[in-house]
Design a protein around this ligand. Structure first.
Ligand code: G6P
Length: 591
């Protein structure tokens, strides 16, 4: 969701802002805009549509040393030129971009309206920029104006702004939404994540909540609670942030085919020379915990469902919650719980809300994320990185596989069971075999592409994986689909089976094989067109796709490869935008 970039100093402002916004476009957006200072006057360009469209409609050079840019994913107000950011204060002296939601914006708007302010847009953001103008009017000091403004805001925000009062500075303030400083030689940068800045610098400052300050050509100042902070620098690896199609037509295809490498990277990072390489304090915390509580959203929730079983095998009680549910209806389980958050981005707003509650109770929190330095990682007691590299396609694939792999390694580390490395090495080979057979999956995709509804059936791990298979299909093909436990079919979903409905059934476990094949008979006799995706040990003639055998608990890694390709090819066959499906955002930074 909304992406922010900004720069100040000796740098090509247009080039950085436009390229930076393109680098953030994987977050999802509907409009884009920029603002810069030209001879102390604020210039704004903002339009519904793509960053490319914005680039075409703006001058070739900005002739400025300071600018901000924004991609908007509409929350308050429809996508429109007027609702796009940057927003400008009534007197034209401040231009601001914002990521997040200001919960009390209606009250502030009412108050400012009574003071004579007018509003052009339907956004919550426009109140912030006018509060800045009003606060500056009272203090004549931009930092004081920020302090006053922030004291009135409720909600989450990351903001960057420029002002004609200090024309060579780029100001920022943030709470519960991501913002980083990139430190350059003769310039400084700001962005929602490191990817737009990585070609310019490897040196970063991760901003804590309630920090504010400014960057200049050769200097920067960060404050919190009225005190200046000493900057803490971190280095970031450019290779893990590379955003390159490498000859692939889509990021999703590239990311599916990176899965074997990602699994290998996790094995190398967390296991070497016969020893696991996890923080011993984390292993101790898992042993001590009487309940392991997983909380996540979307694909990460589905990976949590699989991972929870790995800890049940250790004799632990486990529970899995959707973050937006737990956030408002929390269940506190166990006397000594360990909370585990899975999040590709590390920035999901619903999870941040849960994290705040867990921190307030001083409970231990393990965060498993792909994004070093993200808000959730910084909130954690323990963290494990997924090392999956930047995931650009909105539909998550390699991050799911990385989460399942990491949880398998971590749980086996707790059991001192080193066979896992061998088993994962076998999975890598088997994933590669599936990659070689992707055209077979494309043929199945061609047959289901015109369906209105698709059902995925499974039991146990296959059922939990089928939830992810279904999510992937609906995200990028807009076909309605459901993942259904085989046995639950006759308690409702079977009413929807009619002539020609595709039903994809996963079968991995010999124990439930005959029950699953019975379910297939039930849907076939009602006109469904069945595609069975089986493991080698339970295959039968006529199965649509057979994957190599693996231990049951790792079978989701192989079956999900099939599911990812299926969704990808259906989307491709339908001529849809595979990497950027409608309405969805990669990083969901609002509740
Ligand atoms: C969005 C993305 C999904 C992702 C979910 C959770 O909905 O489109 O792909 O699974 O957020 O995100 P997280 O970054 O917390 O894993």
């Amino acid at each position: 969701m909304c992406g922010i970039v900004g720069c100040v100093g000796k740098i090509d402002v247009k080039n950085f802002l436009i390229q930076g916004l393109k680098d953030l476009d994987y977050r999802g957006y509907d409009s884009a805009g920029v603002a810069y200072l030209l001879n102390r006057e604020i210039v704004v360009h903002k339009f519904v549509g793509s960053v490319e469209n914005l680039s075409k409609k703006t001058p070739p050079k900005f002739n400025s040393d300071v600018g901000i840019g924004h991609t908007r994913w509409a929350t308050h107000g429809v996508p429109s030129d007027i609702n796009s950011h940057p927003h400008v204060s009534n007197d034209g002296t401040f231009a601001l971009v914002h990521n997040g939601v200001i919960k009390n914006y209606k009250d502030i708007k009412g108050h400012l309206s009574r003071k004579g302010f007018s509003f052009l847009s339907e956004t919550d953001t426009e109140v912030i920029v006018n509060l800045l103008q009003r606060s500056y009017g009272k203090t004549n000091d931009v930092l004081e104006a920020i302090r006053l403004t922030v004291s009135k805001l409720e909600g989450g925000y990351a903001c960057a702004f420029i002002t004609s009062h200090e024309p060579h500075r780029l100001y920022f303030f943030k709470n519960s939404a991501p913002l980083l400083i990139g430190v350059g030689e003769g310039f400084n940068l700001l962005a929602s994540d490191a990817s737009p800045m990585i070609t310019e610098t490897h040196k970063f400052i991760e901003l804590d909540d309630l920090c504010y300050g400014y960057i200049e050509e050769k200097d920067l100042h960060i404050y919190k609670d009225g005190n200046e902070l000493e900057p803490v620098y971190t280095e970031k690896q450019p290779d893990l942030l590379k955003r390159d199609l490498c000859g692939y037509p889509h990021f999703m295809l590239k990311e599916i085919e990176e899965i074997p490498t990602v699994i290998g990277r996790l094995v190398d990072n967390y296991y070497n020379d016969g020893e696991f390489n996890f923080d011993p304090k984390l292993i101790e915390a898992i042993h001590e915990a009487d309940h392991i509580v997983f909380i996540a959203c979307g694909t990460s929730y589905h990976a949590s469902l699989i991972g929870a079983h790995y800890f049940e095998r250790l004799g632990k009680d486990t529970s899995v919650f959707i973050a937006s549910e737990w956030a408002y209806y929390p269940k506190y389980l166990g006397k000594k719980p360990l909370y585990v958050f899975l999040s590709q981005s590390g920035e999901t707003a619903d999870l941040i809300r849960c994290g705040e509650a867990i921190k307030a109770m001083k409970m231990p929190l393990l965060v498993i994320t792909n994004t070093k330095g993200s808000t959730l990682e910084r909130m954690s007691t323990y963290s494990c990185l997924l090392y999956a590299g930047l995931e650009v396609a909105v539909a998550s694939t390699k991050a799911y596989s990385a989460m399942v792999t990491l949880l398998s390694l971590l749980s086996r580390a707790c059991a001192h069971s080193t066979h896992i490395a061998e088993k994962l090495n076998q999975i890598i080979e088997d994933c590669n075999k599936i990659i070689e057979r992707k055209e077979e999956i494309r043929e199945i995709a061609k047959k289901i592409k015109d369906a209105k509804n698709v059902f995925f059936l499974g039991r146990g791990y296959d059922y939990e994986m089928s939830l992810e298979a279904s999510l992937k299909l609906k995200e990028i093909t807009y076909i309605h689909s459901e993942g259904v436990p085989g046995g639950e079919l006759k308690h409702g979903p079977i009413a929807l089976i009619e002539e020609g409905v595709p039903v994809i059934t996963f079968i991995s476990d010999p124990v439930t094989e005959s029950a699953m094949r019975g379910n297939v008979e039930e849907v076939n006799s009602r006109g469904a067109i069945s595609y069975i995706v089986s493991s080698n040990r339970v295959k039968r003639d006529g199965d649509a796709f057979v994957v190599p055998d693996s231990v049951l608990y790792l079978s989701p890694l192989l079956k999900s490869m099939f599911a990812f390709y299926l969704a990808y090819y259906v989307s491709l066959e339908k001529g849809l935008n595979v990497d950027k499906p409608r309405n969805l955002a990669k990083s969901v930074t609002v509740e």
